[in-house]
Design a protein around this ligand. Sequence first.
Ligand SMILES: [Ca+2]
Length: 312
Amino acid sequence: MKLSIILALITAICAAPAVYSPANFEIRFLLFTRQNRVIEHVMTLGDHQAIQESHFDGSKPTKLIIHGYLDMPELDPWMKLMKDEYLDNGDYNVIIVDWWQGNHGLYDEAVRNTHVTGQVVADMIKDLQSLKGLKLSDVHILGHSLGAHVAGFTGQDLNGQVARITGLDPAGPLFDGLPEKLNPSSALFVDAIHTDADPLIIGLGIHENSGHVDFYPNGGHNQPGCELLPIPCNHLAAPTFYMASLKADNPKGVALQCPDYDTYKAGKCSTTDAVMSATLGEDAIKMSMYKQQTQGTKFFLKTHLLYPFFEG
Ligand SMILES: [Ca+2]
């Protein structure tokens, strides 16, 4: 084969959009509502009977929670704790997405599986639209680590029309500096919390902004109390902070727009301007005036070592 033909073929392959084969692993959707707070109702893509028979109510807001690498709902309690916080405070459909079968092999394989998992989650959302009256304007997807990028691909598959995606320390390795990842085009509003934005070996989070509004607690690299076990402690701080924001009586995690953490610590970014001040967690949606921005805006705050973390 002539060199020019080979080069043309390589160019064509590189230019073509990536095509991912259907998931060859099971993805389970664990639905919890106020009618079934403790025992999940398991749904899988294509099992329309399970969807029909569920307590899913399309008139209520829906939260989807997606875990990261080497994680599953039975392994780490954060997903079910978050589910409980939501159901304590409101009448939601809460769906925990269990893609353990696609994320416990080699890391690069799990990264490849984020794409197809995102597509399956998008297809499940489409089924919930047609079978249960779900509206994309009521959908909020929260993803931790690799799950943040799964959420991003779900949103991109739904043309960026999901109301909100929250990235909880989105994974850095094999995403940093690359185009395909959670980004502001993934949903109408994207917020992210960065708690371990350091290179691999010492950290697991992405270095770049991921959303319209990006929070960097304690500078975003290392968190109080994580000195002894920095991995995964720093990485898990993002969901911990988010859950603290769900308690109605908790002080608010008020963060200030600032160019960097040193400037913030020097007190040069204190302001009373609402546009310059954002609340980490559930209330970050109040910053939707940033949703037209194509680059994330950085917000910084300090937290305490222990719950409730925030000063208000
Ligand atoms: Ca770190």
